[in-house]
Design a protein around this ligand. Structure first.
Ligand code: IMP
Length: 199
């Protein structure tokens, strides 16, 4: 049981988590690596609930320690929306990330700027047939009305770090992985993993 399963099917998250965990010495595997095809319905009412549900389901299905992330973008002028529903924030089914960014900007038009916002990530780590351990991270910035940059995924091209005058999508993966909500959550998850994987 010395492998850690990155319990997500989101390619953007997989890449970031692999990079964030590469120096832990823990062997990382993805669902694709072990031919595991599992979709977990995210029907919880909190990030913690969804992250725990995913980590526990993947650990149960694989027999491996599993790490899941549930994350979202909370925009103050939208009363914290889309938050938990960030992946599905669009009235039409089949919408993609670009549609969701355009829809967010549409909903913000006419509201006074800056459109302050933060990303939240909850990470759950579950050992097979055990409860999940939960940690989290947040990162703060603002939404801008035009897209900038091509890196990252999701809402990255419209999420600006005002102090850097760069969007999340203009940062290299290395830079994003120093500042992001997911990076901070992983930092908090590492002691949990070290305890589980200690020789
Ligand atoms: P979930 O955790 O699978 O519910 O999905 C979280 C959603 O929040 C993603 O599909 C993105 O829309 C958004 N999101 C989470 N983290 C990031 C990020 O690092 N950059 C941009 N968007 C993100």
């Amino acid at each position: 049981m010395n492998k850690l399963l990155i319990a997500t099917n989101n390619k953007g998250k997989v890449k970031e988590l692999q990079d964030l965990l590469k120096d832990t010495g823990i062997e990382l595997v993805t669902p694709a690596d072990i031919n595991l095809n599992l979709e977990v319905e995210e029907n919880g009412t909190t990030y913690d609930e969804n992250a725990a549900k995913k980590a526990i389901a993947f650990a149960h299905a694989s027999g491996l320690v599993s790490l899941a992330d549930d994350s979202g973008l909370e925009v103050d002028a939208l009363d914290g929306a889309p938050g938990l529903y960030s992946a599905r924030y669009h009235p039409k089914s089949g919408a993609n990330d670009a549609d969701r960014r355009a829809y967010m900007i549409e909903n913000l038009k006419g509201k006074p700027r800056p459109w302050t916002a933060h990303f939240h990530a909850t990470i759950a780590v579950a050992e097979p047939e055990k409860d999940a351990q939960i940690v989290e991270g947040n990162c703060y910035g603002e939404i801008i009305p035009e897209e900038r940059g091509t890196g990252g995924f999701g809402y990255d091209p419209i999420f600006l770090f005002p102090d850097l005058n760069q969007t999340m999508a203009e940062l290299s993966m290395e830079e994003k992985n120093r500042l992001s909500h997911r990076a901070l959550a992983v930092m908090n998850a590492i002691p949990v993993l070290q305890k589980i994987f200690q020789p």
